[in-house]
Each structure stands twice: as structure tokens, then as C-alpha cells.
Design a protein around this ligand. Structure first.
Ligand SMILES: [Fe+2]
Length: 372
């Protein structure tokens, strides 16, 4: 099975795997699966339009509609996928739906539901070790959501709005800006390959649907885009998603053990109220205020686990799954990777001169997605 992750092995299994009866010839793309010519252009090797390939009988579809809305066991997840396959000139069956953001959302649903259940739920770890009650957590999150805007997720604007352009030794900003720019020019290059005009962006029903999904159910949806009308807007939007899932998360996540692992440095809760007047506090009062041993060890265990990276972590700029096979896209990935290597070098040489190195935004330590 050394080829299990290859496209043709994926397609092969619909023909000769354990369930060879789901694949059908596709004469018309279903309305629920809006694939356009632009999206599949690079994959249709005979140089024909999707409509012609459909008529020629070279497109197949696997639709797991029967899985829709089937109840699942606790903590088990299910999706009802649809897959289009293309019979190429070598008679291989290949999947063709391109998904730019796939590597950047890897394991995110899993870790998010774990976090909702184990960390921030009414009786979760944060309530157990912290001061905020279960009900308080909900209010805290509602409050945080009020301040969240699309622009606050764009690093250059966020720095400006907070007036932090000139503060020295703000490594989060300095390193973050280098990474933001690297992601931005990578995304620009890729978007230019697949969208030749603003119209092409406006007409991409999947992208427009994705943007609508993001704001669905949000209270402050007026602070987020509801559609994307130009290549430029698409580039900015994708840059936000990739930057947030990779660099921003790394910056806020991987320092947890460094900063919260030493309990007196940032106690999760206090057992006594803060003093009202100066000079009243002695060591006894401090010790009685600090979290007890049980609480402290729970904090230690949690921040230790949350600061781990995985073995074989997929880092920013690594796209081993080959979602793109077209030459210009492969070149854009290579340029992106080289740029990130340069950033790593700059950060490394700065850190060598520093007594307290800042490495959370060094690209060789930034995973591609929020997975912990
Ligand atoms: Fe995290």
C-alpha cells in the first residue's frame, strides 16, 4: 500500500476497492456540487472543457448522499462526501476538486470540538483551574466575539489600529509581518493562476458560499465580508485564513508552557482577593492566594499538552499532498518555501544575539493548521 496517498490509487479504490458499486458515470454535474471549468482546467489533460469531457463520458461521480444526516455516536464524526473523478489519457481515475485551504484546516474540527468539550465547557478544565464560572465562560466568549472583526485578523491593519508600528522589540509584529507578506505574495501568485479576472472570483459559487458560511450565525456579521468581488479581496481573505491557521495560532499556542508553566508567573486563579492597600501582603498571604497543588498540576499538564507539536508536523509552506500539480502552482509553492526559509534565517540570527529568543513565529516551527 505504499501508493495509498496517490491520486490514482484513490480513484482505483472506487473501481476495485471494497465498495466498487458507488461510482457512476456523470453526465451532468449535480446542482449541489458546483464545479466550474476554471476550477478543473488544469486537471483535464486533453485540454477540453468540462462539458465536453462529461459528454465524452470521461467524468465519474461518487456521491455518498446516503450518509446525509445519519446520527453519529458521541465524539464520532461523519460527512457525506461527493467526489468527481476524471478518466485521464492514461485511463487513471483522478479526483479533480481543488481545495487550496485543505492543508490549513487539517485536524482543526477535531481539536476545536475537543477544546469545546474538555477545555471551555461548563465543567471543563478552564472552569476547574480558573476563576470564571461555567456561565461566565459563555459571556467571556460573547464579549470577545464583539471585538472580532475581519480587519482585526489582517495583521498589518491590526498593528496600525493598535498603534504598535514603532514599538521596539515587538518580535510578534516583526516576524509576523514577514510571514504575512510571504503568505500574501504566495496567495497572489496562486489566485492569478486560477482566476483570470474579478468576474471569475464573483462567479465562483464555492468561494462565495464559503464566505457566506463563515458569517452564518455570527452576531457581528457586519464586520466580515459577505462576498468577494475581486481578485484582491480573494487574496486578502485567503491570506487571513492561512495566516490565522498557521502563524497566528503558533504565536498564541506554543508559548503556553513557557509562560503558564511557571505558576506564579501567571496564575490561573487566586484563592484570596487582591489586597486593597499597599504593604499589607506578606509571603503567607501570597502562598495562600496562589492556586493549590492539585490546581497547579492540572494547569501544568494542560499547558504542557497544548504546547506540543506532533512528530512529522507539517509546517507552513509544506504541501506534500500535491493538491496542486500544475507547473505554475508548484513554482509558487517553491518560491513561498524559499521565502520562508529566508525568514527563518533572519529570525535565527536575531535570536542568536538575544538573551531571550523569540521563536514562536519562526517558519520552521509553525504548523500549517490549528491541530492542537
Ligand atoms: Fe491551539
Amino acid at each position: 500500500m505504499q501508493d495509498w496517498n496517490k491520486d490514482d490509487m484513490f480513484g482505483y479504490q472506487f473501481l476495485n476497492g471494497c465498495n466498487p458499486v458507488m461510482i457512476r458515470k456523470c453526465m451532468k454535474i449535480p446542482d449541489s456540487f458546483p464545479v466550474t471549468d476554471e476550477m478543473v482546467e488544469g486537471c483535464l489533460k486533453r485540454g477540453r472543457k468540462l462539458q465536453d469531457e462529461l459528454q465524452a463520458g470521461n467524468i465519474c461521480i461518487v456521491d455518498f448522499e446516503i450518509l446525509k444526516e445519519v446520527p453519529t455516536s458521541k465524539e464520532r464524526y461523519l460527512t457525506a462526501p461527493i467526489c468527481l473523478l476524471y478518466k485521464n489519457e492514461l485511463d487513471q481515475m483522478l479526483p479533480i476538486a481543488i481545495q487550496l485551504l485543505m492543508p490549513h484546516v487539517c485536524f482543526t474540527i477535531a481539536i476545536n470540538s475537543k477544546a469545546r468539550e474538555k477545555l471551555i465547557s461548563e465543567d471543563g478544565i478552564i472552569t476547574k483551574v480558573g476563576s470564571i464560572s461555567g456561565a461566565g465562560m459563555v459571556i467571556l466568549m460573547q464579549n470577545a466575539m464583539k471585538t472580532l472583526t475581519f480587519k482585526s485578523l489582517c495583521l498589518p491593519e491590526d498593528i496600525k489600529v493598535r498603534g504598535m508600528e514603532d514599538v521596539p522589540k515587538y518580535y510578534y509584529r516583526d516576524d509576523g509581518m514577514m510571514i504575512w507578506e510571504a503568505i500574501h505574495s504566495f496567495v497572489s501568485a496562486v489566485v492569478k493562476i486560477y482566476y483570470d479576472s474579478n468576474k471569475a472570483v464573483q462567479k465562483d459559487v464555492e468561494i462565495q458560499g464559503f464566505v457566506k458560511d463563515v458569517v452564518f450565525g455570527m452576531n457581528n456579521f457586519d464586520k466580515f465580508p459577505k462576498s468577494l468581488n475581486s481578485q484582491e479581496q480573494l487574496v486578502e481573505y485567503l491570506t487571513v485564513v492561512i495566516f490565522t491557521a498557521s502563524a497566528q495560532h503558533a504565536a498564541v499556542n506554543f508559548g503556553q508552557f513557557d509562560w503558564y508553566g511557571w505558576i506564579p508567573n501567571s496564575l490561573s486563579t487566586m484563592r484570596k482577593p487582591p489586597p486593597q492597600q499597599k504593604g499589607q501582603v506578606d509571603m503567607k498571604y501570597i502562598m495562600e492566594s496562589l492556586p493549590d497543588c492539585v490546581c497547579s498540576s492540572m494547569v501544568l499538564g494542560t499547558v504542557w499538552a497544548l504546547s506540543r507539536t506532533q512528530e512529522n508536523e507539517r509546517l507552513l509552506g509544506m504541501y506534500p499532498d500535491m493538491y496542486f500539480t500544475e507547473q505554475p502552482a508548484m513554482e509558487a509553492i517553491k518560491t513561498f518555501y524559499n521565502k520562508l526559509e529566508e525568514v527563518t534565517k533572519i529570525i535565527k540570527s536575531r535570536n542568536e544575539k538575544s538573551t531571550l529568543p523569540y521563536w514562536y513565529l519562526s517558519p520552521d516551527k509553525i504548523p500549517n493548521s490549528v491541530a492542537i
